[in-house]
Ligand binder design. Sequence first.
Ligand SMILES: NC(=O)C1=CN([C@@H]2O[C@H](COP(=O)(O)OP(=O)(O)OC[C@H]3O[C@@H](n4cnc5c(N)ncnc54)[C@H](OP(=O)(O)O)[C@@H]3O)[C@@H](O)[C@H]2O)C=CC1
Ligand SMILES: O=C(CO)COP(=O)(O)O
Length: 350
Amino acid sequence: MGNGKVKVAMIGAGSWGTALSLVLADNGHTVYLWGKNQQTIDEINKVHENKKYLPNILLPDGIHGTTSMEEAVRDAAYITLSVPTKAMREVIKQIIPFVKSPITFVHVSKGIEPESLLRISEIMEEEIPKELIKSIVVLSGPSHAEEVSLRHPTTVTVSSKSMEEAQKVQDLFINSNFRVYTNPDIIGVEIGGALKNIIAVCAGITDGLGYGDNAKAALITRGLAEMARLGTKMGANPLTFAGLTGIGDLIVTCTSPHSRNWRAGNQLGKGRQMEEVLNDMGMAVEGIRTTKAAHQLSEKYNVELPIASALYNVLFNGGDPKKAVDSLMERGKTSEMEDLINILASQYIE
Ligand SMILES: NC(=O)C1=CN([C@@H]2O[C@H](COP(=O)(O)OP(=O)(O)OC[C@H]3O[C@@H](n4cnc5c(N)ncnc54)[C@H](OP(=O)(O)O)[C@@H]3O)[C@@H](O)[C@H]2O)C=CC1
Ligand SMILES: O=C(CO)COP(=O)(O)O
């Protein structure tokens, strides 16, 4: 391939895996886009379109669809995982037999696993034999697949325990439409990307209830405080929440109808039932499972998460969305500054 151009295995042919394959192909790399649905893969190869997940986007020639994991992974320089969090373990098990030497795994997904309470890179460390891991890199940030595939300006962040490998992945993806930053705080980057989905569901709910911009601004700002409060307890740098994978991703998902989390919340706010909403969506709505994980994490770390708890009550205890908002507004009085100081201080006090 030469000229720094490599083969990349993209595992997951949904919206995000397909859009990121387009970025890599634009950069001259050869992408083997793996999916389990034969019809989707045939469409990608024959008409260069992923009709289900990224309709009306002509995919570049450098993208080869495949349902063969062996073909996708063989001789790849990078293996990128782009399946929803709940499919991670199952898909990694399918990859491993075809990995012959240590390689850098990239993941681009946004969730926390309920029960184990692991971030995705931790799940990967559990599932992939140590001797096959060169490094694990996460790519996250405010980036709707629909806009990335139109080559609209987008910024994301990569993070890893190895910044050398993170920089290589930065070089792999970066181009004039897709600007990639680095951040050494992998915990903060992964937690921000996962928890913002909870707040986006809530923003959809308040929009569905007919509330306006004040409620949205309140959710984004207090949601950010909640993310930072839990994140710092889990070892994140509080400053990461002021970056692309914190406030950046909160803004894009809480304010955009592209967001599946916002859209699901919006339907709940309009009075529809969760099961029906998720069935109709037919795409990953990560915020639902991550709300369960956040509820468990708030107990584990003894951190108050009023917004996530209110959503947990709506999603898993049949709570009424309007009453959930009322309950947040009627909480005991607190001090904003005291909360922010506690967040900044929490990494130093244990
Ligand atoms: N869409 C976006 O704009 C962005 C998404 N993300 C994150 O990327 C991740 C993936 O999301 P996204 O691509 O949007 O999701 P989609 O719902 O668009 O696609 C999910 C893909 O995963 C596949 N999949 C699901 N379960 C399995 C499984 N058990 N085995 C194999 N394949 C499976 C689906 O295949 P099939 O159709 O065959 O079921 C489908 O190709 C999520 O964590 C999301 O938060 C991050 C940034 C942006
Ligand atoms: O993470 C995203 C944008 O950064 C996509 O959000 P949704 O999963 O809510 O569509």
